[in-house]
Design a protein around this ligand. Structure first.
Ligand code: AMP
Length: 144
């Protein structure tokens, strides 16, 4: 049921796309927006979203999925160059039972550092300092 509910244009990412809520932007083109996760699971946790509305990957058209994952790879490479993590997790959740908390399709790019534990998923961790997020976004976007 949750997988195929109607798209709710009041979700947080739709508001960010309309400029009604702020975000710390990493990258934007006609089809894609990328910004820092405000409850990062690790330093440099970045989100990539298609601009076209869809709740999850199952409802996203194939062309947008191609563009989305092309951008995910490009931004993940920039994260690697900018932040030098030891690994990078790419995750994407479909439906609340799968762990999805914001119902606009998005992909997580989560750098992993051997010496640091991974934070909790889904906005249950600590809200990041905006100045710190801006510094990270500037470093990542400089590598794009
Ligand atoms: P998911 O749980 O996979 O739906 O991921 C949603 C992500 O959005 C979580 O990692 C949240 O920390 C993040 N998030 C929630 N609100 C915002 C916001 N206003 N700006 C940036 N990231 C957000």
């Amino acid at each position: 049921m949750t997988l195929h509910a109607p798209y709710d244009s009041d979700n947080i990412f739709a508001k960010i796309l309309r400029g009604e809520m702020p975000c710390v932007k990493v990258f934007e083109d006609d089809n894609i927006l990328s910004f820092m996760d405000v409850f990062p699971q690790s330093e440099g946790h970045t989100l990539v979203i298609p601009k076209a509305p869809s709740r999850n990957l199952l409802e996203t058209n194939a062309k947008d999925i191609g563009r989305l994952f092309g951008s995910v790879q490009r931004i993940a490479k920039a994260v690697e160059t900018a932040l030098k993590p030891d690994g990078i997790i790419i995750t994407q959740f479909n439906g609340a039972p799968a762990g999805q908390t914001v119902f606009h399709t998005h992909v997580h790019i989560i750098p992993r550092y051997e010496s640091k534990a991974l934070g909790a998923h889904g906005g249950t961790g600590e809200m990041a300092d905006m100045g710190m997020l801006q510094e990270l976004a500037t470093k990542i976007s400089a590598e794009l």
